[in-house]
Design a protein around this ligand. Structure first.
Ligand code: FCB
Length: 463
């Protein structure tokens, strides 16, 4: 059965979804370099902090690494054919900094740039708009050894790298993003150490966050100088809103903390200030802010990338003395990462961002779900109704936000492919396309078929 023949049982419900989405809405899917490319030792790529972290015993699920990942480096043409059959209008990928600058600064590895040029050209040949993210967590190891994101020099190095990429691809790439989820870079990587580089020191977190923001601000004019007219330059932040199951003061306090955490990067980017009380919540000192930093950081962006997967619900304990995260919300469905499925959070985040900062445009740059996929080892089918339902309901929530005035221009699922889910290795599957990792065989899951059909209906609706 071809995708075009595929009729999803929810077809009529899907038709109802379509009316929410404006003309020229972009439907895409996302991946990131270390999670899909593999080829870590090829064509002059230098090591990144993720190569080192994943090779350190005990850091990742069964010691899994991104050495081969989804082998996208070699199979990108096959993957673009899959994107085409999924009717995608755009593909969000990230570039590996150490493929382009093996030492992070200095000599440029042309073979690295050539790879991304081949990828971009192949996308354009299929009429799929490339969205390039410059940093999705894989810092060149050489820079880490000089202090990494703890050093302002790294922000400068990032801006140099951004310009090198923009000089080569600026005439062709429509959408640019400096960073993916600075929150995770700082908190997970330096605070609790579950991501590379694996440091566990909360006092480092504000400095890392600040230097990442600084690198964004420094890169903005360097990108703008070399991208084509009409190209859109932005950044992606992640949001996990907090809700209260009751109105106890301790619950409201936790909800307030979650709100400040969600503002950690958006307040500086849009208002040029850090949220009041946020560093006190973390119990650490604020970063050192030099003259001019906040003005640089709040350089206007063309769009805000929004990643949202779940929410946090807080509830007072029996004696009412404190409140904590509810681990299992009655009646809620949880994904394989134990993330609660809660589509209204997507709507609420978008409406809040719109009211609070009025970004020129927002794009959902990641949304999706890890569920266990069963494959019998031979058939061409993967039935993943939970993922389909997740996408359907979250897309609907995006539509509701648009209806409430939020200006949203696109939606990208996480992920196009099953891939290397950081410290969970290959044990968690997020793809709309299944990968049998031993053979690298690709199979479009039912959720992918649903998405393809939905996009097809959207296009018909527009014409
Ligand atoms: C996001 C990351 C992405 C992926 C998803 C599940 O935080 O940006 O790389 O791991 O979570």
């Amino acid at each position: 059965m071809s995708i075009l023949d595929h009729t999803h049982p929810q077809a009529s419900a899907d038709a109802d979804l379509l009316r929410y989405f404006p003309k020229d809405f972009v439907w895409g899917a996302a991946t990131s370099s270390y999670q899909v490319e593999g080829a870590v030792n090829e064509d002059g790529r230098g090591p990144s902090i993720w190569d080192q972290f994943s090779a350190t015993p005990g850091k990742t699920y069964q010691g899994h690494t991104g050495e081969v990942a989804a082998d996208h480096y070699h199979r990108f043409k096959e993957d673009i054919a899959l994107m085409k059959s999924l009717n995608l209008g755009a593909y969000r990928f990230s570039l590996s900094w150490s493929r382009i600058l093996p030492q992070g600064t200095g000599a440029v590895n042309q073979a690295g740039l050539d790879f991304y040029e081949r990828l971009v050209d192949a996308l354009l040949a299929q009429d799929i708009a490339p969205m390039a993210t410059l940093y999705h967590w894989d810092l060149p190891l050489a820079l880490h050894e000089k202090g990494g994101w703890l050093k302002r020099d790294t922000a400068q190095a990032f801006a140099d790298y951004a310009e090198i990429v923009a000089r080569r691809l600026g005439d062709r790439v429509t959408w640019w993003q400096t960073h993916n989820e600075p929150w995770c870079i700082a908190y997970q990587g330096y605070g609790i150490g579950i991501h590379a580089p694996g440091l566990k020191d909360m006092s480092l977190v504000p400095t890392v966050g600040h230097n990442v923001l600084l690198s964004h601000g420094l890169a903005m004019p360097r990108l703008r100088a070399h991208v084509r007219p009409g190209a859109q330059v932005g950044i992606t932040l992640n949001f996990t809103p907090g809700y209260g199951a009751d109105e106890q003061p301790s619950t409201l306090a936790e909800v307030g903390k979650a709100a400040r955490a969600d503002r950690w990067f958006s307040d500086p980017l849009f208002k040029g200030v850090y949220p009041d009380g946020f560093f006190a919540d973390l119990g650490v000192a604020p970063p050192l802010i030099k003259d001019g930093d906040m003005a640089l950081i709040s350089t206007p962006i063309d769009f805000l990338g929004v990643n949202n997967y779940t929410r946090t619900l807080f509830q007072a304990t029996g004696d009412g003395s404190r409140s904590k995260k509810v681990d299992l919300v009655q009646g809620s469905l949880y994904t394989d990462l134990h993330w609660e499925v809660y589509p209204p959070a997507m709507r609420d985040v978008l409406v809040w961002l719109h009211k609070e900062y009025a970004p020129k445009m927002m794009l959902i740059t990641e949304n999706g779900a890890a569920f266990v996929d069963d494959w019998d080892g031979s058939s061409d089918h993967i039935h993943d109704p939970l993922r389909t339902a997740y996408l359907h309901d979250y897309i609907r929530a995006v539509g509701e936000a648009i209806q409430q005035g939020a200006s949203v221009g696109g939606y990208f699922t996480w992920s196009l492919l099953d891939n290397y889910e950081w410290m969970d290795g290959y044990s968690k599957r997020f793809g709309m396309v299944y990968i049998d990792f031993p053979t690298q065989r690709r199979i479009i899951k039912d959720s992918g078929l649903w998405y393809a059909n939905f996009i097809r209906q959207y296009k018909m609706h527009q014409s």
